[in-house]
Design a protein. Structure first.
Length: 204
């Protein structure tokens, strides 16, 4: 029996069909892949930058290799996976648009989650204190953060259009970790959601 998932990962798991072929990029310690294998019987693969996390995944019996989303996705054939997942990682890539384009090429569906830099606490920290924000979701100091391309929900929606992606489903993440459905172009989540999850499809 697998351990309970973080709420955002549980929401992603609900988007994955039974028996799907899945690639999880930036899969961390493999918690999501392990859950999907146990509950959805997926054929799961993972790419992870951290060797420590790769070792943790292998210890769980998962098929995970060390790799970099910015440079290694081009090696995969087109449409080879039913679902490509990029969870809490796109903001840490050097070229988010290229990475998203590769995900849309590799997977028939793509799931992307990320922290929302447009959240009101972030705006207040910048506007009132004049300092880069530190929140539970964005918990790093500006000088040691792995997040190099932070974006708002509105920014990401624009990126999906530029990358030629259709939005099938969009979820907002609240401060307590719960998820709720949102309209992708709504202003409310861009101000109040701490993060977001998008289910995308490539336009044919």
């Amino acid at each position: 029996m697998t351990a309970p998932l973080r709420p955002d990962l549980a929401a992603i798991a609900q988007m994955v069909p039974l028996g799907a072929r899945v690639l999880d990029i930036g899969c961390g310690d493999g918690a999501l892949l392990e859950h999907l294998a146990a509950t959805k019987k997926v054929d799961g693969r993972g790419i992870e930058l951290s060797q420590q996390n790769v070792n943790a995944c292998v210890a769980r019996g998962l098929a995970v290799i060390q790799g970099d989303a910015d440079s290694d996705l081009a090696e995969y054939p087109s449409q080879v996976f039913d679902v490509a997942i990029l969870s809490q990682t796109i903001q840490a890539t050097r070229n988010p648009r290229r990475v998203l384009s590769e995900l849309l090429r590799i997977g028939r569906r793509t799931v992307v989650s990320f922290p929302n830099f447009g959240h009101w606490k972030v705006r207040m920290s910048l506007g009132v204190r004049g300092r880069m924000p530190r929140t539970p979701v964005l918990g790093y100091a500006w000088y040691d953060t792995p997040n190099i391309h932070l974006c708002t929900i509105a920014d990401f929606v624009e990126l999906t259009r530029n990358a030629g992606a259709g939005i099938e489903r969009a979820l907002a993440l609240s401060a307590n970790g719960r998820t709720y459905a949102m309209r992708a172009d709504s202003w409310g989540p861009n101000l109040f959601a701490e993060g977001a999850i998008f289910l995308l499809r490539p336009y044919s």
